[in-house]
Design a protein around this ligand. Sequence first.
Ligand SMILES: Nc1nc2c(c(=O)[nH]1)N[C@H]1C(S)=C(S)[C@@H](COP(=O)(O)OP(=O)(O)OC[C@H]3O[C@@H](n4cnc5c(=O)[nH]c(N)nc54)[C@H](O)[C@@H]3O)O[C@H]1N2
Ligand SMILES: Nc1nc2c(c(=O)[nH]1)N[C@H]1C(S)=C(S)[C@@H](COP(=O)(O)OP(=O)(O)OC[C@H]3O[C@@H](n4cnc5c(=O)[nH]c(N)nc54)[C@H](O)[C@@H]3O)O[C@H]1N2
Ligand code: SF4
Ligand SMILES: [Mo]
Length: 705
Amino acid sequence: MRDVRAFTCNLCEALCGLHVTVESGQVIDIRGNPDDVHSRGHVCPKGPALRELYHDPDRLRTPLRRTPSGFVPVSWDEALTEIATRLRAIQREHGRDAVGYYVGNPVVHNHRSALGSQLLQAVLGTRSRFDPNSQDGNPRLFACMQVYGDGLAMPVPDLDRTDLLVLLGANPAVSNGSMMGLGDVRARLRGVRERGGRLVCIDPRRSETVTQFGAEHLPIRPGGDAALLLALLHVLFAEGHVDQERLARVATGADTLRALARRFTPQRVGPRIEVAPEAIVALARALATTPRAVVHGRLGTCQNAFGPVANWLVEALNVVSGHFDREGGAMFPSPAADVGPLARLLVGNAYARWHSRVRGLPEFLGALPSAVMAEEMEIAGPGQIRALVCLAGNPVLSVPNGPRLARAIDQLELVVAIDLYVNETGRRADFVLPAAHVFETGNFDVVLLGLAVRNLAKYSPPILPRAGEVRDDWDVLSDLALRLALPHSPSLRRWLHRRARDVPERLIDWLLKRGTSGLTLARLRAEPNGVDLGPLVPSADARVRTPDGRVQLAPPALVADLPRLEAWLDAPRPPLVLIGRRHLRSNNSWMHNLPSLISGKDRTALHAHPADVARLGLAEAARVTLTSRVGTLEVPLVLTDSVMPGVVSLPHGYGHAEARDTLHVAATLTAPSVNDLTDELLVEPVLGTSILNGIPVSLSPAPAG
Ligand SMILES: Nc1nc2c(c(=O)[nH]1)N[C@H]1C(S)=C(S)[C@@H](COP(=O)(O)OP(=O)(O)OC[C@H]3O[C@@H](n4cnc5c(=O)[nH]c(N)nc54)[C@H](O)[C@@H]3O)O[C@H]1N2
Ligand SMILES: Nc1nc2c(c(=O)[nH]1)N[C@H]1C(S)=C(S)[C@@H](COP(=O)(O)OP(=O)(O)OC[C@H]3O[C@@H](n4cnc5c(=O)[nH]c(N)nc54)[C@H](O)[C@@H]3O)O[C@H]1N2
Ligand code: SF4
Ligand SMILES: [Mo]
């Protein structure tokens, strides 16, 4: 029997509604659901590829154990019993922190994974916890924690009503929006210009948001955002564009911020970041005079030397220019199921409660920067990491200096991966446990619904039975947690595990009922196209949690980093720096095993500006050698003026060649991992966020042959 089921794609923040056609347990077809309240039929190529993912012969369907002759199938009970026994023994002998725990990006995209990851963390109690936020959004979370008193209080652009959207280091044409959930991405982005508004992209690269959506492009030197933002603030203050009365009502620290910005005039900053001073002045005036305008900073503002400062200043700029908590400006979503109270209970505004053992980098929200993983594994002493549990992650490809991390992981006593595949990290594991496909798990996007540009709620119950022996993350993690916590009471443990099966759904139901939307999980089950809860509404009064209830425009922890910014402004520039690049058909280090997504022309070459290529005498080279402190890569070269002079660009997430036996399709891609070149010692000092953009490199012709 053929059946069409509505399901929400959980691969990115766009949360597209899908129509999944299923017949006899086979996925026949996937397309956009035209009736979805959020995405209105839009999908990108990755959503329909969930069909190939479901049927991928390389997808893990049984737990594996590593033997001297390779991986062999093992029963769940045998695997989990041994894992729990060995983890307990390691923690008993060497302390809790001897077990490292890496929680990867997909965990944020599923309620069962997210809750399971927290439960296992609670039982492991390890301070050696890591996640990709230190390669990604930590600077934004920290900035919001400082400015609004709550790291979860993150305003998003009120995209449907804005007339000027300034994007800093964001490329929603490809990423489909990040820290802003854009259903129907293309129509929403087009909408800004169709109603006479402007899109501006500030980016070292002329991105697809410029070429496909008519955004105006202002190139900027990688890392220049913080200085640019101070110059914009300077113009607003100096030209009297600030509504002092309103500002004093909602914020503190305006005078300090004004005084700080005075040192960053457009004339001083402009030449250093390669943005014309006139363009800075014009942009500041446009922000001041457009009633509905907003600045949104994203990944490009985070992965550099001044991420925390830049992200603070984005928030400050929206507040000072009068666009905070207003229609068409930066507004807080009102999620139907608000995880805020729960998250505050679990981690709160935690920062620097402990530091990494070797380099002394601070904990943030319960995790240490991933850049210290390798050294914490390598260097002996109390607290050395001796085992790793890797949940839905691939740090060997996603963390700077992946090869060093791979060598360190190879030396561990026990490595466990929980994943859909045996990826480049999992192939180093002693056990790989097969996670379920989202169609087998169901999904409520508990975190990302809180970042959508329009309020909505959607729940997708599982639509397919589990293939083979796969188990969803909650099932596995709650089982493992109970085995760790109750080693001597197997029947109690089994009873609790059975009882806990639908705890994630009961929790969502409870969160929904606590809210004001009137929704329940049962009601959402009956609304497969989702429930629209209306446009964003002003809510700063409820969301700002600073002690005096006002926005903090000059947080001391961030102000303290400004002398370093000034020194950077005046320091000589490296002649060539490397930045990243994403593609619509790729998703970080995975989904490269799906033929429909990797087909077509190669997208992984190094992009370099013709002026640099000529300067370096590489005009005839088809392949080049790229060198950093950490390593050397040989890559194909493409000349393009889409990158600014002095900047080259390479995508991340590749480097699958060694996975010939477990990722048969991905391994045919020859592109290396850019994180073989990025430097684990390059981190910003406030949080230890990896600097993955703007790293110094040199280029030379590749050796012949
Ligand atoms: N197709 C696809 N979609 C994805 C992903 C994917 O891998 N593929 N990944 C998902 C994830 S995990 C995330 S976090 C989001 C990220 O989504 P976005 O935040 O939109 O990030 P990117 O698409 O990487 O775009 C970042 C932009 O910043 C620019 N940039 C680099 N350095 C600087 C700088 O110093 N200053 C400024 N102003 N710009 C700079 C880059 O050229 C790039 O255009 O995307 C998500 N969506
Ligand atoms: N140089 C450079 N490095 C980067 C970036 C960059 O722009 N440049 N971007 C960074 C960013 S923003 C991010 S978020 C990180 C991502 O880095 P990671 O989170 O370390 O890795 P991913 O590539 O997202 O790999 C996710 C893994 O989870 C598996 N998986 C998918 N769904 C599930 C599930 O439901 N359950 C389980 N158990 N497993 C699942 C996939 O098969 C895959 O192996 O990379 C970071 N690294
Ligand atoms: S944009 Fe693509 S990957 Fe993102 S939710 Fe929609 S279909 Fe999925
Ligand atoms: Mo990310």
